[in-house]
Ligand binder design. Sequence first.
Ligand SMILES: [Zn+2]
Length: 459
Amino acid sequence: MPDDVLLRGAARILQGGPDWEQSSGDLLVRAGRIAAVGGDLSASADGARVLDVRGLTLIPGLVQTHVHLCQTLFRGLAEDLPLLPWLRSRVWPLEASHDPDSLRASARLSVHELLAGGTTTILDMGTTHHHEHVFEVLRESGIRAASGKAMMDEGEGVPVGLLETTLDSLRHSFDLAERWDGAADGRLRYAFAPRFVLSCSDVLFDEVVKLAKGKYLLHTHASENEDETRIVAEIKGRRNIEYFEDIGFLGPGTLLAHCVWLSDSEVGALATSGARALHCPHTNLKLGSGIAEFRRLRDAGVHVSIGCDGAPANNRLDGFAEMRTAALLAQTRSGPGSVSAAEILTTMTRSGAEALGWGDSVGQLEPGWDADIVAVDLDTPHASPVHDPVTALVYSAQASDVRHVLVAGEVLVRDGVVRSLDRDDVVTDANAQIRSVLDRAGQHGYDAQSTSTNAGDRA
Ligand SMILES: [Zn+2]
């Protein structure tokens, strides 16, 4: 159990969406949960360590509902390609070249960036092998996470090193789920992750629905890119979300990254089923995939949250930058004023927690809620003067403005320094491990020369 902490003297405490009620002063954390908020709490803070937050703004930790920790080591190695060549010539061969040491290095690099930038909770999709090493890093680092190994039992261009039999894919996923779901006092959860329709057999999807739905989160990609969407329709004889609806894959515990290319009836199916759309604006822009329609989805009743996706498609894991771009894209797609900063900040905090099943304990700074807290400095040249702190957080703030981060009451970042991971070790190890990965990558089909015109864009 972490020590009790008194966060002393905040300039502002933004308690949570959708209203973002504002107070100031102290916030008391006892036994990992928020005990009291606002005013002078020193009289009731016996035994608590004091964390000076004078001048800072306290907000609930950011929640990113779609990331790939295994890919962060590949930052800068998959530039200027559309989705399918990006996967086939770069990202899949690189994933196939991971060993336990490189995978740990990638996970540590990711979690350092996420925590230092104020992201306290993630939904992660791994690669097919060695995923227990990612969970070990998640446990050691203190971040809150749902995660699962990618499931891939077929698919054009999938390297042999990533392919698994349907039975092995299910068996390994269940082994990990039994070991890690609910681990670290409930801070870790398991999410079954059939990667997407083009890398998973009908049998695999059917077995996941039959054996895992309702017990675990289900996490996949859907309708990200126009070519992918067209090929899925050719293979399955119906559109991506229609296929998922027909096989019973959709439900409130089902999380679908991207959702860019959707018909009206597919949007309706998401809303009716309660399935969650995971909006990844930078990835969609960088891979030229399109722009997910935030306002259209929300107005139709679809639950939407946000994530940075994989570093090779972003190239950062900066939750503040992702909020800003999500807001800008919604204003462009649906007109100025179609989305407020308050709605975006709520989407990046409370909505994300809801999507992952933590909606009644994470994402608000109120007594009884888990102490996942970020202290941000808004007194910066790029954010001053601050008229509305919510607007400043969404449109002006950046990851490097984060000063302190608590998850479940544990102070994981203090004065901008991540305490659970050594910054220099993380960077040195990443630079060493990517060289080992690249030494192995040729044998798995990695093609550093591939371009969008010669890599082939068809399944
Ligand atoms: Zn993804």
